[in-house]
Design a protein around this ligand. Structure first.
Ligand code: EPU
Length: 422
């Protein structure tokens, strides 16, 4: 197992390229199975989760080739739409194959994904969606068996206790594109990754309107074709590096990013006193003065993303004064708190909120991350901490950040990857 060793205290300066969005790549690769024809997907980040999705597609019989950031999928050879526990347990995102497999084959058998370290991860909304489209769904021996000769369009409300569901919306949308008649999804997720999936489906021949709004309308078609598509850039990766630049009193320009997809975070960074400017599609992040504490509540898009909560908490740790984070998507997603406190932070949990008493600096320490974004938060803390920080279990970061070490080194961070011999 590898770890990252970071010598803190270096100012980040220079230019960074943002990769394609992991959370758009996963459902889009899943959607390639909706047809027998080949699709070519570009700007795909080569992160572990994407490689897992490619492996899953191959396991069920698709031919997949990959060169640089381009992935070609030939799904004509898929015969058995079954995802075993072994496959699904390695990546919860594989649940987004349920809708497309059911729509194309009239049957799908997908293992229940279970929970994960960021809290319970139910799939009731996915199942509700499939049932509403006319599928017969049976939960048996840890598997979801879904069956329908041809799905039927319907109007359904897809909101849950914590608002809309990103992959739930994606799954229902992918099932409805081949259904008979019209489907309207109310309380649909508005995340840019859902819009991106919808745009790819439209290129395949699907009829969809209302993308990016809470009401998506889909007119089912009989058949879809393969398509060429380039996915959007990763707003969470971009946001992570923007926060890193601000924390290190840096001056970093990010290329290939869409600032408007980070409106809520931008607003908070500016409130705190970070300078963010955009010119010719390049975003420059500078911090020249003392920052002010801010308070943040995570919410579905366009609210502040839960996937940037840990990174924002690391930021708050080095902004003197009291900042508060309230987590409204995954109320238990606070595993990074104890690790940040081990680095000298002063964070107190109060229900679903974290109260951060920011200081001037942190102190390097060996820390362990429990999930992808928590790991990113610890890396950011390490960049500003005095002395050396070791972040173990790097495989979490490998799941979602393409070339993290190289990118941070390029802008001046002292960070390296080593074998963890403990
Ligand atoms: N929920 C339900 N029932 C469901 C589905 C979800 O109650 O059937 C709840 C969840 O427990 C949560 C809330 O609804 O409280 C939102 O979950 P959502 O379904 O939107 O999450 P997801 O689609 O499973 C995606 C991202 C996550 C990201 C969330 C929220 C992918 C592959 N994953 O998950 O990304 O945190 O949306 O924005 O797109 C990450 O990249 O690190 C990551 C965890």
């Amino acid at each position: 197992m590898d770890k990252l060793v970071i010598e803190g205290g270096r100012r980040l300066e220079g230019t960074l390229e943002v990769s394609g969005a992991k959370n758009a790549a996963l459902p889009i690769l899943a959607a390639t199975v909706l047809t027998k024809e080949k699709s070519v997907i570009r700007n795909v980040p080569l992160v572990a989760d994407v490689l897992t999705m490619i492996k899953i597609l191959r396991t069920i019989g698709a031919k997949v080739s990959q060169a640089a950031d381009t992935v070609e999928v030939d799904p004509s050879g898929i015969t058995d739409p079954t995802l075993t526990y072994k496959i699904v347990s390695t990546m919860r995102g594989s649940i987004c194959l349920l809708g497309p497999l059911l729509a194309r084959f009239g049957y799908a058998k997908v293992s229940f994904p279970g929970g994960c370290v960021i809290g319970p991860r139910p799939i009731d909304l996915h199942i509700k969606g499939m049932k509403a489209l006319g599928a017969e769904v049976v939960l048996e021996h840890g598997y979801v068996h879904a069956k329908a000769k041809r799905l039927r369009g319907t109007r359904l409300y897809l909101g849950g206790a914590f608002g809309s569901s990103v992959l739930g919306t994606a799954n229902v949308m992918m099932a409805a594109v081949l259904a008979q008649g019209r489907t309207i999804i109310d309380s649909a997720a508005c995340e840019p990754e859902v819009v991106d999936l919808g745009n790819y489906l439209k290129k395949m021949g699907a009829k969809i309107s209302g993308l990016g709004s809470p009401s998506i309308e889909i007119e089912g078609v009989r058949k879809l074709s393969g398509a060429q598509y380039s996915i959007i850039s990763d707003r969470i990766e971009a946001g992570t590096y923007m926060i890193a630049a601000a924390m290190t009193k840096g001056d970093v320009t990010l290329r290939n990013m869409n600032l408007h997809m980070l409106g809520a975070m931008l607003d908070k960074l500016r409130d705190a006193g970070v300078q963010v400017t955009e010119k010719n599609g390049h975003v420059r992040v500078r911090r020249q003065r003392v920052l002010r504490p801010v308070s943040v509540t995570t919410l579905p898009y366009p609210g502040f993303p839960t996937d940037l909560q840990a990174q924002m908490m690391a930021f708050m740790c080095v902004v003197p004064g009291i900042s508060v984070i309230t987590e409204k998507i995954y109320p238990e997603r606070f595993m990074h708190v104890s690790e940040l406190n081990r680095m000298g932070a002063n964070i107190m949990l109060e229900g679903h909120s974290a109260i951060v008493n920011g200081k001037k600096t942190l102190s390097g320490a060996p820390v362990m991350a429990s999930d992808l974004r928590a790991s990113a938060g610890l890396v950011l803390a390490g960049l500003v901490a005095e002395g050396s920080t070791e972040v173990s279990r790097v495989y979490h970061l490998d799941r979602g950040y393409e070339g993290l070490v190289g990118k941070l080194q390029k802008v001046g961070a002292r960070i390296r990857r080593e074998k963890d011999l403990r």
